[in-house]
Design a protein around this ligand. Structure first.
Ligand SMILES: Cc1cc2nc3c(=O)[nH]c(=O)nc-3n(C[C@H](O)[C@H](O)[C@H](O)COP(=O)(O)O)c2cc1C
Ligand code: SF4
Length: 432
């Protein structure tokens, strides 16, 4: 068991930890005071130097993203806190919202100051109604304490925060779908470029950052980039919240250093596999990541680069554990159904391909599959999401990365557990 002391979740077991008075009693908003005495450029440089990478899925360096915001002063700039958290197997942002909402808000104010924004949004998943109500109270408290509003803490910096509720669409977690939805339109992702940093909300420069990314900022400001880089791998460091679910004895959210071995997460922190069963497979980064075999899972570390090396991803760090009893073909169908339901329908390969995958997988599981079906699934996934080749930077054949989010897991099920698919088909072919 590691001796790492939680940073983002240090106080979550204490009573009233969500209140302003509690947050201030443990040093909350002291980073904001420091930031207000710095120049915006210096804040960006400091965050760049920390190598903080986004916790929402793509792992893009936060400070670099902020530096893309044009500083010519012509258009207003916006910050959006992505609290849509809809990736299957992911429930870390919800914990942060419930337990340390002022830490998130302090991160938002720091990021807004750095990019020169005076209106920031929290886009919260529609199903998080209790969390929405809590955030309303937290934002009101912050206004009362002059951490928001005009002349924050006696400075000449003004910031308003607006909370916007989503309506339950997974695709509104994708940053450009989110922006469309925030503008009051259907949540259809936009073609990039232009990226939101140039043309985002109302065609103005916009940064979208995840709840957990923002929560790291007060700590980076207070303790410095070198401290941050000393936690886990230097190129993608920091404390990380891992959500572990599935066939484990003690599912939950665990804060550990980036780069912890996946086997430690499963066997030490989450109490090992239920009922003494054998480990079969693991999604390391939500259902959009390529699945790992037990052998791969037992030897990989949980950081951006280690997972990319074995052609999967850290994503949202939603670790879904499957034991030997899981039927991999049924699990694959379940995933495909989710994506077919959530496809926004703009791109033909995604709209049609996801429906075809469901059709073929249903055919296989219901006893009508044939040996061509496996090749057909692979061909369809290639046409939706391209081949998995991380050396190529850009993968997709669709408007947004949802295409890869379907193609990679489905393809990995078939490639890594082909025998399970063949068993279904050979049973069927031997009957006919
Ligand atoms: C289909 C899809 C769903 C996504 N859902 C979320 C989400 O629920 N929360 C989130 O923070 N990022 C989500 N993302 C990633 C966002 O597009 C974006 O990269 C992220 O919010 C940027 O924040 P970060 O740089 O702090 O990670 C999703 C991406 C895709 C393609
Ligand atoms: S890839 Fe799918 S979800 Fe993304 S824009 Fe195209 S149809 Fe919509």
């Amino acid at each position: 068991m590691s001796d790492f002391q939680p940073i983002l979740t240090e106080h979550i077991h204490q009573k009233e930890c969500h209140t302003l008075s509690f947050y201030i009693s443990v040093g909350g908003y002291s980073a904001l005071e420091k930031v207000l005495a710095m120049s915006a450029d210096d804040v960006i440089e400091l965050v760049k130097a920390s190598n903080l990478r986004g916790r929402g899925g793509a792992g893009f360096p936060a400070g670099v993203k902020w530096s893309f915001i044009p500083q010519d002063g012509e258009k207003p700039k916006y910050l959006i806190n992505n609290a849509d958290e809809s990736e299957p197997g992911t429930f870390k942002d919800r914990l942060l919202i419930n337990k340390t909402p002022h830490q998130i808000l302090e991160g938002m104010i720091i990021a807004s100051y750095a990019i020169g924004c005076n209106t920031a949004f929290i886009y919260i998943r529609g199903e998080f109604f209790k969390e929405y109500q809590l955030l309303e109270k937290v934002v009101a408290e912050a206004y009362e304490g002059n951490f928001l509003g005009k002349g924050i803490l006696g400075s000449d910096y003004d910031l308003d925060v607006v909370i916007h509720r989503g309506a339950g669409a997974y695709i509104c977690g994708e940053e450009t779908g989110l922006i469309e939805s925030l503008e009051g339109k259907r949540g259809w992702p936009r073609i990039k470029p232009p990226f939101p940093a140039i043309e985002g909300y109302l065609k103005c420069p916009t940064v979208v950052n995840n709840v957990e990314t923002l929560s790291n900022l007060p700590h980076i400001i207070n303790r410095g980039p070198e401290w941050f880089k000393s936690i886990g791998p230097e190129k993608g460091p920091g404390p990380k919240l891992f959500c572990v679910s599935g066939n484990v004895n003690s599912p939950g959210v665990f804060e550990e250093p980036m780069g912890i071995p996946l086997k430690d997460l499963i066997f030490d922190l989450a109490g090992g596999i239920k009922d003494g069963n054998e480990l079969k497979a693991v999604f390391p980064g939500g259902s959009s990541s390529a699945i790992l075999t037990a052998e791969e899972a037992l030897s990989v570390n949980m950081d951006f680069d280690s997972l990319a090396e074995i052609k999967t991803m850290l994503g949202s760090a939603g670790v879904i554990v499957m034991d030997e009893k899981v039927d991999m073909v049924q699990a694959c169908l379940n995933i495909a159904r989710f994506y077919a339901h959530e496809s926004c329908g703009q791109c033909t390969p995604c709209r049609e391909g996801t429906a075809w995958l469901v059709k073929i997988l249903t055919r296989i599981t219901s006893g009508d599959g044939n040996s061509n079906d496996i090749d057909m699934i692979l061909e369809i996934t290639d046409n939706i999401g391209g081949l998995i080749d991380f050396s190529k930077g850009s993968f997709g054949k669709t408007i947004c990365p949802f295409g890869e989010a379907v193609a990679w897991p489905v393809r990995s099920f078939v490639e890594k557990f082909e025998n399970n698919f063949r068993q279904y088909i050979s049973q069927e072919e031997s009957v006919t």
